[in-house]
Design a protein around this ligand. Structure first.
Ligand code: BES
Ligand code: ZN
Length: 457
């Protein structure tokens, strides 16, 4: 173990240079124009896995982007880890807000700036470097490991559920390990035991066949922008409660124990508000901020489009209006059921003066697990060795759709050990990863394999 950790400590510069290559590939899954880059990224990753000594490396085709698979299965009698991550990244717009080019990794003030630095290439790479260190120094790993790194996470992992179902036997493991989330705060490492789910829609409203002169026709036809705004306004009340009938039926209430535990976390609401630049925080006042973002569902408008938005003024009644909306879901809400409730509610509030269509985009189930199992305990010890501090347990508001599929299909515990920071701009301009956390994360990953081996099968 000592030689492995020493090797990691002396390879820092090389790790950075290599991570830079991974980050240079613009594997944006949402944009068809980048399909070639996505594939090139999968190939790069496969090559890197082969190079560090992983075996059975394969790009497994799906109807969408390939899943990169690799394994190392020579630790007889030791547990098997199924490691999951993603090599796809979010779009970079608005690109002029980036202080350095998003695909030209740049180090400033101890952080590496690039799209995917935190979400999720940097965190995937951290595990590859821990594996590399073991294979280089000891020619073996203390555990068996299977890795699946997918290329469609940022667009809802549409083909991964089928993949996991079809490859259930090939993916059999004792524990799932994922590093695709954040630590609670700088200097506060954490293990995440619940994620929110997601249901995403596009709403299209059409009033007339063409845009109209607002003087000639104004007063006689509905205005789709106005109708859409009114419909959206009916989705939530002033207290932040969602008004879709039945929406809260399956929401798992927070236990007193959990509420108490969260109150003890080092969270400063004033600083949180200030850092966000918000004049005042919003939401359900009977819940704390952490409760709102971790354990309560939301309804959000992600984008709106209608009519004339250029410079100057144009007297027009737009023919159409469009909104992208999504709901974050909490255990035990089901995205399909929520979709039905939402569509029914839209039908109810849509006036007869327009035609309204709702299109289901992607979704994912929420996930929650208990954290009193030996693998989570093992991860706690590993994190303590990597970060010098034992982790806190928290939920997260984001979504990783496949985690609940792993739970359902493989029936094994998952350890979510993320080293991003909440303010590292995932999905936003100037995404970055703290290099100290990256390095401590490599050390912690190495200890994690060792500790999981000790935890036994
Ligand atoms: N890494 C995030 C998920 C995440 C973020 C987990 C913060 C925990 C804390 C992931 O890459 C992501 O952004 N997922 C999407 C999924 C969606 C497209 C189905 C999300 O949450 O919006
Ligand atoms: Zn991610």
């Amino acid at each position: 173990m000592i030689s492995v950790i020493d090797h990691i400590q002396t390879s820092r510069d090389r790790y950075l240079a290599e991570l830079g290559q991974f980050l240079a590939i613009p594997s944006i899954s949402a944009l068809p124009a980048h399909a070639g880059d996505v594939r090139r990224c999968a190939e790069w990753l496969g090559e890197e896995m082969r190079r560090i000594g992983l075996e059975n490396v394969a790009l497994i085709e799906t109807p969408g982007n390939p899943v990169v698979y690799a394994d190392w299965l020579h630790a007889a009698d030791a547990p098997t880890i199924l490691f999951y991550g993603h090599y796809d990244v979010q779009p970079v717009d608005p690109v002029d807000l980036w202080e350095s080019p998003p695909f030209d990794a740049t180090v400033r003030d101890g952080e590496i700036y690039a799209r995917g630095a935190a979400d999720d290439k940097g965190q995937v790479f951290m595990h590859l470097k821990a594996i590399e260190a073991f294979l280089k120094q000891t020619a073996r790993l203390p555990v068996n490991i299977k890795l699946i790194i997918e290329g469609e996470e940022e667009v809802g992992s549409a083909h991964l559920d089928d993949f996991v179902r079809a490859q259930k036997d090939r993916l059999a493991a004792d524990v799932v390990v994922i590093s695709d989330s954040a630590m609670f705060d700088r200097g506060v490492p954490s293990i995440c035991y619940a994620l929110r789910g997601l249901a995403y829609f596009q709403i299209d409203v059409r009033g007339t066949t063409s845009d109209l002169h607002s003087g000639v026709f104004g007063g006689a036809v509905a205005n789709p922008a106005m109708v859409l705004a009114q419909m959206l306004a009916q989705m939530k009340d002033k207290g932040g409660r969602i008004r879709i009938p039945g929406f809260y039926d399956d929401v798992l209430p927070l236990s007193e124990e959990e509420r108490k535990a969260w109150q003890a976390l080092p969270f400063n609401e004033k600083k949180y508000r200030k850092d966000l630049g918000a004049p005042k925080l919003a939401g359900e006042s009977e819940y704390s901020v952490l409760e709102r973002v971790w354990a309560r569902p939301t309804f959000e408008v992600n984008g709106l489009n209608s009519g004339f938005t250029g410079d100057g003024a144009k007297t027009v009644i737009p023919a159409t209006a469009m909104a992208k909306v999504s709901m974050r879901l909490v255990p035990n809400q089901d995205p399909d059921r929520v979709a039905e409730l939402f569509e029914a509610h839209v039908r109810k509030v849509a006036p007869k003066t327009v035609t309204v269509t709702v299109t289901r985009m992607h979704g994912g189930k929420p996930w929650i697990t208990s954290y009193d199992n030996r693998f989570v305990q093992a991860a706690g010890r590993a994190i303590e060795q990597g970060f010098g501090k034992s982790p806190v347990f928290c939920r997260e508001g984001g979504s990783i759709p496949v985690v609940s599929t792993f739970q359902e299909q493989l029936g094994v515990p998952a350890v979510l050990f993320g080293v991003g920071l909440p303010d590292e701009n995932a999905h936003a301009p100037n995404e970055r990863l703290d290099l100290e956390n990256f390095h401590n994360g490599i050390v912690a990953s190495a200890y994690l394999y060792d500790e999981i081996a000790r935890a036994g099968r």
